[in-house]
Design a protein around this ligand. Structure first.
Ligand SMILES: [Mg+2]
Length: 99
């Protein structure tokens, strides 16, 4: 388990906060993914920021996405370290000659 996933879980338990429901977490993930998409569009696409629009950065938006994923993982007893390792294994093994 990544350290932050554990810290998040301990924090929620200490505060007595329930995690959101799976659908609420999914909605939040879509919202944060949309913010990331908007930022990519501002940075690399034709749609530039409006005057006075808040400055964001990729690290900030990726952090929001990871936070949301950690909430889902914690409610489903999924170890994100293990999940990422499995994905890396797929890319390094099964898909090694694909790209
Ligand atoms: Mg965000």
């Amino acid at each position: 388990m990544i350290k932050e996933q554990q810290v998040l879980d301990e924090w929620f338990k200490a505060k007595g906060w329930p995690y959101w429901s799976p659908h609420e977490i999914l909605a939040r993930l879509m919202e944060e993914t949309g913010e990331f998409a908007r930022l990519v569009n501002h940075e690399y696409g034709p749609k530039k920021k409006k005057d006075g629009e808040a400055t964001q950065d990729f690290e900030d938006e990726l952090g929001d996405i990871l936070y949301t994923l950690a909430c889902f993982a914690n409610t489903h007893h999924i170890d994100l370290d293990s999940a990422l390792a499995r994905s890396l294994e797929k890319v390094a093994g099964r898909d090694k000659d694909r790209f």
